[in-house]
Design a protein around this ligand. Structure first.
Ligand SMILES: [Mg+2]
Length: 182
């Protein structure tokens, strides 16, 4: 089994958009996230993107278009020296009551089964409390919040008090450096 690093996409690797990433021109890649994903020590882990894309379920973007955006993003990450070993996308809206939309753990559990991942040795990085909850419910070793994207706003939510012992990092680079050092 492989230890994994699970990454939310919007707000962690690329800028979050309040009205969703609907086309490639909406994608603003964090250059420091590209640097983070190129850290050589990361190669000991499977790196897996886990992303809610309710714009698909709402019909604002097709599943194919969403997949194509992720394909291009992964290509750029690879070009910068990083790797993404899997992309798992929830296309549903909250009304669908699926098991894959974070804070539910379905995307992480599916990835673990398909990629032979050891959740108890894995990390989840997100910019939302729902990412942290998904990681905790899935049973990953550590779930952390980054302050990019929605991160700093999330800390002001009442629910933040219900997520005790939450490690917080400035961005993906800081989160991964700390994890690799620990
Ligand atoms: Mg996010």
């Amino acid at each position: 089994m492989y230890p994994a690093i699970f990454l939310d996409r919007d707000g962690v690797i690329i800028e979050n958009r309040a009205d969703y990433v609907r086309a490639w021109q909406d994608v603003e890649i964090f250059q420091r996230a590209l640097q983070a994903l190129a850290i050589p020590a990361l190669r000991r882990f499977r790196v897996v993107m886990v992303t809610n894309q309710p714009a698909v379920g709402k019909g604002m973007i097709s599943r194919d278009e969403a997949d194509e955006i992720n394909r291009r993003l992964v290509e750029i990450i690879r070009g910068a020296g990083g790797e993404i070993d899997g992309v798992y996308l929830c296309p549903h809206t909250p009304a669908d009551a699926c098991n894959c939309r974070k804070p539910r753990p379905g995307l992480l559990l599916q990835a673990a089964a398909e990629l032979n991942l050891d959740l108890s040795a894995s990390l989840m990085v997100g910019d939302a409390l729902t990412d942290v909850q998904a990681g905790r419910t899935a049973g990953v070793r550590q779930s952390v919040l980054v302050l990019t994207g929605r991160g700093s706003d999330q800390l002001r939510l009442p629910q933040a008090a219900e997520t005790p012992n939450l490690p917080v990092f400035a961005d993906l680079y800081e989160a991964l450096t700390a994890w690799l050092a620990g």
